[in-house]
Design a protein around this ligand. Structure first.
Ligand code: ADP
Length: 508
């Protein structure tokens, strides 16, 4: 196995189900990649462990090769072999685990949404720790993410620390408390965890469904550091409305729980170097933005007649969280206000996908509306670059990246005041916020009236104050949403935790 080079900084291993750009469903993939790059830049040794999915973007992995060594890992009473692949993704060393299990866990043509996800990812969590143990790695921090790798926390303390993989502190980040991965308690046995020991109210037992275990709760209990992806969301999830049953646990462990706003990968999302877009541009020269708008209109066969007609963009997973009823409403309201609308999104929820397919057909050859119901990275860059406004009407939003990417491309956000949106979008008319910070349009009540109030103010501003609008665009493009400051906050948490452990006061 490949040994980790020594480095004066910390040795950090992320164990995750996604990493952009090779395996990305949403923000989690962006975070694992962006945070890893930023931490590496600060001098830390960062490695990532991922499943080897059949549906990954293999062309984005450098020096991809299989290792000779095979890792045996326990599941359902026996040992299974795992082939280990290594490569680099955006300069980060990554291990890919390919289980030789008859269920072909990661040969499903999709990342999630399989009937046996609990098995697939509890298997993966254990195999990842087995890899670290057998490779003789001594990480300072093992950072796991979301319920899929939440198993790492109890597995580490119950099974792996006693076997010698004991150098690490465990950091767990929950990117969305809606997805908790609850299953009947007996399911935990497969990966070797002790069901009677863990199916207890003070450990992994779900707070409402007592016959189930909750991987997120387990990670909160068993990790040294617990984070979520924005300060506002960290407060929201400590309430009954936001906590989805975990508010009591989060309040109990509040001393180790913090919200850190995600950054965006400022290299991948940079309109002055972006090769996905036709015309590069920057805040001081917006001509390229105008040209991208025309190019996209042509590509999507929208009317190009009026160059100044505002273009509203929306790029999202179409799930209830994202305020799908308001996205649908926005299409019609934009049309009434004289704008154009482009939606790029796909839905894992069949009735939502079907509903939007219906709307897409309605507007098939419409000069001002286009719905593209798919996942398309290249097109997403084109839409950020071309649009004047960008809507994010989420019912709740742990962090949200699209509003930050939009601003970097000079598309002004229209966002609901919730979670990370509340920490990154500040209304032009909000007197309680210093003028320098005001960067978009927000609304509080997630209904049509609330949304209209923000959209109409945006249109009014765009139509009647073109010079001020351009200044707003330039200001938004210059905001620093890079990972630098967020990664520094993670670094501080890691370092504090590691030094507490070294001083012998760490406990669990
Ligand atoms: P979430 O993680 O809830 O999906 P985020 O706003 O945190 O939402 O992250 C969404 C990321 O996924 C952004 O990088 C966005 O550009 C991307 N994305 C979402 N839908 C699509 C799509 N249909 N095609 C391309 N990229 C998409």
């Amino acid at each position: 196995l490949i040994s980790s080079a020594t480095s004066p900084g910390l040795h950090i291993v992320h164990i995750a189900a996604e990493m952009a750009p090779v395996a990305k469903v949403g923000g989690l993939g962006d975070v694992v990649c962006g945070l890893s790059k930023a931490l590496q830049k600060k001098g830390h040794l960062v490695e990532v462990v991922l499943p080897k999915y059949d549906c990954m973007q293999y062309d984005r992995i450098g020096d991809f090769k299989a290792l000779d060594a095979v890792i045996d890992s326990y599941f359902d009473g026996q040992l299974y072999k795992n082939k280990i692949w290594v490569g680099t993704v955006e300069g980060i060393p990554v291990y890919f685990i390919e289980p030789h299990h008859p269920s072909m866990f990661f040969w499903r043509g999709q990342f999630y949404g399989e009937h046996d996800d609990f098995k697939r990812f509890s298997f993966f969590s254990r195999a990842a720790l087995e890899l670290l143990l057998q490779a003789g790695k001594k990480p300072d921090i093992i950072h796991c993410h979301d319920w899929q790798t939440a198993f790492v926390a109890p597995l580490y303390w119950d099974l792996y620390a006693p076997r010698g993989l004991n150098s690490a502190r465990i950091c767990f980040t929950c990117h969305n408390f809606e997805y908790q991965g609850k299953e009947p308690a007996s399911e935990l046995r497969s990966c070797g965890l002790d069901v009677p020991q863990l199916n207890r109210p003070d450990r992994m037992q779900d707070n409402t469904e007592h016959d189930k275990v909750n991987p997120i709760k387990g990670a909160i209990v068993f990790s040294n550091i617990v984070t979520t992806v924005s300060p506002t969301y960290a407060l929201e999830v400590r309430t009954p409305e936001g906590g989805r049953g975990l508010q009591g646990t989060l309040n109990y462990y509040s001393r180790k729980f913090v919200g850190i706003l995600n950054g965006i990968d400022a290299e991948a999302w940079n309109p002055s170097t972006d090769t996905f877009i036709k015309f590069q541009y920057n805040a001081d020269d917006l001509r390229g933005k105008v040209e991208n708008k025309e190019a996209l209109r042509k590509l999507l066969k929208l009317s190009c007649k009026d160059a100044t007609r505002p273009l509203v963009g929306c790029i999202t997973r179409l799930v209830p969280q994202k305020g799908v009823h308001l996205i649908r409403h926005a299409i019609y309201r934009t049309l009434e206000l004289g704008g154009q609308f482009i939606l790029l999104g796909s839905s894992p929820v069949p009735h939502i996908q079907k509903e939007f397919e219906g709307i897409a057909v309605n507007f098939e050859n419409h000069p001002h509306i286009r719905l593209l119901l798919k996942y398309d990275e290249a097109l997403s860059h084109g839409i950020y670059a071309a649009s004047d406004m960008f809507i994010v009407p989420s019912l709740f939003e742990p962090c949200g990246l699209t509003q930050m990417i939009a601003m970097r491309y000079g598309s002004v956000p229209i966002a609901r005041k919730t979670g990370g949106l509340n920490d990154s979008v500040f209304d032009i008319d909000d007197d309680t916020v210093p003028p320098d910070f005001r960067n978009g349009f927000t609304f509080l009540v997630p209904d049509e009236q609330g949304f209209n109030s923000a959209l109409e103010r945006a249109f009014d501003f765009y139509n009647n104050k073109p010079e001020s609008w351009q200044q707003l665009v330039q200001k938004d493009m210059k905001i620093d949403f890079s990972w630098d400051s967020s990664a520094a906050q993670y670094e501080e948490l890691y370092e504090k935790s590691v030094s507490r452990a070294r001083a012998g006061t760490g406990g669990r």
